[in-house]
Design a protein around this ligand. Structure first.
Ligand SMILES: [Zn+2]
Length: 163
C-alpha cells in the first residue's frame, strides 16, 4: 500500500481530471453535460485549496454507475501517469477511493448503493475508460486553456463515433 497523503500536489489538475472522467464518460455513453465547474486554486493561505467541483449531466440511469466510476478511475490513472512512485493502478485506485468516500453523496457511496465494488468493476469498464483516457486528458487540458467547459467543448474533443 502506498502513502496516499504523499501525493497531494497539483490538487486542482487532479480534480479537473477527475471531473473530466465523469464528463467524458457521460458524453461517450450518450449523455449531455449541463454544467462543468471546478473552482480555481486559492494559494492565499499558502495552502492549495480547491473549491467544490460542480459537474452535472443528463444521462441514462443505466450509465450512472459507469459515469461515477469513471471519476475515480481518472484520478487513479492520472496518479499512475504523473507520480513516479505510483505505477500500480490498484494502489492508485485505493487512493482515489479514499479521496472520494466521505458522505452519502460521494462517488464510493453512490457505487456501493448501486451494488458496484469499485475495486472490482464490471467487465469492460476499465478497457472502455483506457480507450477514453486520451480524451479525458484533452478535456481537462481544454478546461485549463479556456477556463470553462461545456457539452459542445467536450463533444468536439470526442471522436464522432463516441458522441
Ligand atoms: Zn467524482
Amino acid at each position: 500500500m502506498i502513502d496516499c497523503a504523499a501525493f497531494v500536489a497539483d490538487v486542482h489538475r487532479r480534480k479537473v481530471t477527475h471531473e473530466a472522467g465523469h464528463a467524458v464518460a457521460a458524453v461517450a455513453r450518450g449523455g449531455r453535460v449541463i454544467r462543468f465547474e471546478v473552482p480555481f486554486d486559492d494559494f492565499s493561505a499558502g495552502v492549495e485549496v480547491v473549491g467544490q467541483p460542480l459537474v452535472t449531466h443528463a444521462s441514462d440511469p443505466l450509465d450512472q454507475s459507469f459515469i461515477t466510476y469513471a471519476g475515480l478511475w481518472a484520478t487513479a490513472r492520472w496518479m499512475v501517469e504523473r507520480e513516479a512512485d505510483v505505477d500500480d493502478m490498484r494502489d492508485a485506485m485505493d487512493c482515489a477511493m479514499a479521496d472520494h468516500s466521505a458522505g452519502a453523496a460521494s462517488d464510493v457511496a453512490k457505487l456501493l448503493t448501486a451494488g458496484v465494488d469499485a475495486t472490482a468493476p464490471p467487465a469492460g469498464w476499465d478497457a472502455e475508460l483506457e480507450r477514453l483516457w486520451p480524451r479525458i486528458v484533452a478535456v481537462a487540458d481544454h478546461f485549463f486553456t479556456h477556463g470553462q467547459l461545456d457539452h459542445a467543448g467536450i463533444a468536439s474533443i470526442l471522436p464522432r463515433s463516441l458522441v
